[in-house]
Design a protein around this ligand. Structure first.
Ligand SMILES: Nc1ncnc2c1ncn2[C@@H]1O[C@H](COP(=O)(O)OP(=O)(O)OP(=O)(O)O)[C@@H](O)[C@H]1O
Length: 349
């Protein structure tokens, strides 16, 4: 995750990916839906007409390198929205721009090309090729692109090491645990070095420890090779761990988009408030939000502005006065009142 997005989410760079007024409705054709006035698109009107508004008027921008998490209860429209973004499902209405180009206007051929070269995808249940080894599965997308097998396998080997599968390259999918299979899926989705990485509930079927391992893996990969990531989950804990920003969906609509800190400290609706109620503020509130700006000399020690209050708990406990706050480069940009930070640390704990 890059610090820039915590401070000014989505505003510093031109959007890598943008959805404008995206709708996906089931139960009517796009033509007749397009003629509906706004009043006939309200949730009650859709329900009365027996139309499922799986995604309703989704509009957002995702900055390059951002981890954007789509979260919501089962049936809220997360998967459908993700599939609209990749055009695995044809939206009923709206626009989806990659670097300013609307992919809904692309020919099938151009779309396949953009998916192969620029997008990587991981799903909860996706088919590994049963007759290919781990190495063969991971090399597969490159072979599809026409890369000679030996070269593709050399690249695959690098990824095997990256995702911690070294020593298992000759195994077949049936000989792997669920967590290992997901690691193969992750590696396979990254062989082409995609700029955009889409993950749809990739860890939901795994037990909590393996799940935490793989979340850490995603964060580690993101630190070494930054991509624009769209991650779908119904697990708020996972969302908070991974996200620069989270979009919360309810009944097909995005009800709030914000950093984890914004959602916890300023929930826009009761629905969001109930979702985030169990999250201790210290886990999401950043030092930068509580500090008083100050220019100082090079401080001998201090805490990073981008850290959460939980992350600096040891420093807070041992400090005797205000703590210098440092930017990523180690320059002092503020001062943190210890008492104020301790109040946040205690809240909800
Ligand atoms: N092909 C389809 N035909 C009709 N309705 C559909 C279809 N696909 C999805 N829906 C409906 O659209 C809504 C959103 O579904 P979606 O799968 O996107 O939700 P979700 O938030 O991803 O749920 P989950 O967490 O359970 O996967 C649901 O009401 C679902 O029943």
């Amino acid at each position: 995750m890059s610090d820039a997005y915590h401070h000014s989410p989505g505003r510093t760079a031109p959007p890598a990916l943008e959805a404008r007024g995206v709708w996906k409705v089931f139960g009517t054709d796009a033509g007749s839906f397009g003629q509906r006035p706004a009043s006939a698109r309200a949730p009650e009107a859709l329900a009365a007409a027996n139309v499922v508004g799986a995604v309703q008027d989704a509009t957002f921008r995702i900055a390059r390198g951002e981890v954007f998490v789509i979260m919501g209860l089962s049936g809220s429209g997360k998967s459908t929205l993700l599939r609209c973004l990749t055009r695995l499902i044809e939206p009923t209405e709206g626009e989806v721009h990659y670097d300013g180009e609307n992919i809904l206007k692309l020919s099938d051929k151009a779309l396949v090309e953009i998916r192969r070269r620029r997008m990587g995808m991981v799903f909860q249940h996706f088919a590994l090729l049963p007759n290919r080894t781990v190495l063969g599965n991971i090399a597969f997308p490159l072979e599809v692109q026409g890369m000679p097998r030996a070269k593709a396998e050399a690249r695959a080997q690098e990824l095997i090491d990256t995702v911690g599968l070294a020593g298992r390259e000759a195994r077949f999918p049936a000989e792997l645990s669920g967590g290992q299979q997901q690691r193969v899926g992750i590696a396979r989705s990254l062989t082409t070095n995609p700029e955009f990485w889409f993950l749809d509930e990739p860890f939901s079927a795994l037990d909590p420890l393996i799940r935490a391992d793989l979340q850490a893996e995603v964060l580690r990969l993101q630190q070494t090779q930054t991509r624009t990531v769209v991650f779908v989950t119904h697990d708020l804990d996972e969302a908070i761990r991974l996200a620069d920003r989270i979009a919360i969906m309810e009944g097909g609509r995005i009800v709030q988009i914000g950093t984890p800190e914004e959602l916890v400290t300023r929930p826009a609706t009761d629905y969001v408030r109930r979702f985030v109620a169990k999250i201790p503020p210290a886990r999401v509130v950043r030092v930068s939000s509580l500090m008083t700006p100050a220019q100082g000399q090079n401080a001998a020690g201090g805490v990073k502005a981008a850290c959460t209050i939980s992350e600096i708990a040891p420093e807070l406990v041992s400090a005797t006065g205000p703590l210098p706050v440092l930017d990523a480069g180690g320059r002092q940009i503020g001062s943190l009142d210890r008492q104020r930070a301790l109040v946040t640390l205690a809240a909800g704990a």
